[in-house]
Design a protein around this ligand. Structure first.
Ligand SMILES: NC(=O)c1ccc[n+]([C@@H]2O[C@H](COP(=O)([O-])OP(=O)(O)OC[C@H]3O[C@@H](n4cnc5c(N)ncnc54)[C@H](O)[C@@H]3O)[C@@H](O)[C@H]2O)c1
Length: 278
């Protein structure tokens, strides 16, 4: 992959690096010369990511972290700075999905997703920004979602956390103007990863039914490549594929039409759930 020379000799801390997008970000940044700290709650998975990178001649170490734990995330970042002298990229990427009709979603699923998807990103952003602000450089890359830009029925908890991540990223991007620190929110549509199998489902939904309703799933490598190209360009928001841009621009231009389209998709999904439950 070309165009990623900017990662050469940089230090990148990546959460959720055991699987999916995080593993992809770790692999590509390391292949382009970055020193990667691959962090995940799944230590074995993070170690596999780091081993693959080092076997290919790259530089990576694996760390276990639960992003819900603010002190642990701060330690992860502080240790990376102590070891490597700086932090150039903080990918706050770890996340889960919660899917189901509102009336069926247990409050525990809300707590869990807010703690991981929103507070986890807050913890990483806060920890990394302190160092980057002092360094007068760095790039915070927060993985949000297309669900952080447009309404996403049957994904209300997920969408709520991702709108929060976009709000945090946008606000800090403005606040950080003139400090040398950049902030990007990644807002992709559906990408092949482990998230569909690990999602917390309720109300008759499951991974199989959920996946059947997805119009297009972007292959992981392509998703990682396009998202990182947006990072290199220091974009405010990066989305994909084309329907991501259409949906996002459409919703901004005429929210009523966006809500109608969301409603249509939700009704389709509810029909599929009822059919599968028969
Ligand atoms: N795949 C998609 O379609 C898609 C679309 C938009 C946004 N995203 C976002 O991309 C990010 C990465 O997800 P993915 O699709 O690669 O899924 P994935 O399930 O393949 O990877 C998520 C990783 O996060 C880790 N993780 C979960 N909880 C954690 C915790 N408490 N502490 C530390 N690590 C934890 C998991 O162990 C896993 O390795 C998520 O924030 C997700 O919401 C994914």
């Amino acid at each position: 992959m070309s165009g990623f020379e900017v990662f050469n000799n940089k230090v990148a801390v990546i959460t959720g690096a055991a699987s999916g997008l995080g593993q992809g970000f770790a692999t590509v940044t390391a292949a382009n010369g970055a020193t990667v700290v691959a962090a995940d709650i799944n230590l074995e998975g993070a170690e596999k990511t780091a081993e693959r990178i080092t076997a290919a001649g790259g530089k990576a170490t694996a760390k276990q972290v639960d992003v819900r734990d603010a002190a642990a995330v701060a330690k992860l970042v502080d240790d990376a700075v102590a070891e490597h002298g700086r932090i150039d990229y903080m990918f706050n990427n770890a996340g889960i999905a919660v899917q189901g009709p509102m009336q069926e979603i247990p409050i525990e699923h809300w707590d869990e997703i807010i703690d991981i998807n929103l507070k986890g990103v807050v913890h990483g952003t806060s920890a990394a920004y302190k160092h980057m602000y002092k360094q007068k450089s760095g790039h915070i890359v927060n993985t949000a979602s297309l669900a952080g830009l447009v309404p996403s029925p049957l994904l209300s908890p997920y969408s709520a956390t991702k709108f929060g991540v976009v709000g945090l990223s946008d606000s800090l991007r403005v606040e950080a103007q003139g400090t040398g620190v950049k902030v990007t929110a990644l807002c992709p549509g559906f990408i092949e990863s482990g998230i569909y199998d690990s999602a917390r489902y309720s109300g008759g939904l499951n991974a199989e039914i959920g996946r059947k309703q997805i119009p297009l799933i972007v292959p992981l490598e392509e998703g990682v490549d396009k998202l990182l190209k947006g990072v290199v360009k220091e974009k405010r928001v990066v989305t994909l594929p084309l329907y991501g841009y259409l949906f996002w621009y459409g919703y901004r231009a005429t929210p009523v039409a966006g809500i109608k389209l969301s409603g249509f998709l939700a009704r389709r999904q509810m029909k599929a759930i009822k059919k599968a439950a028969r």
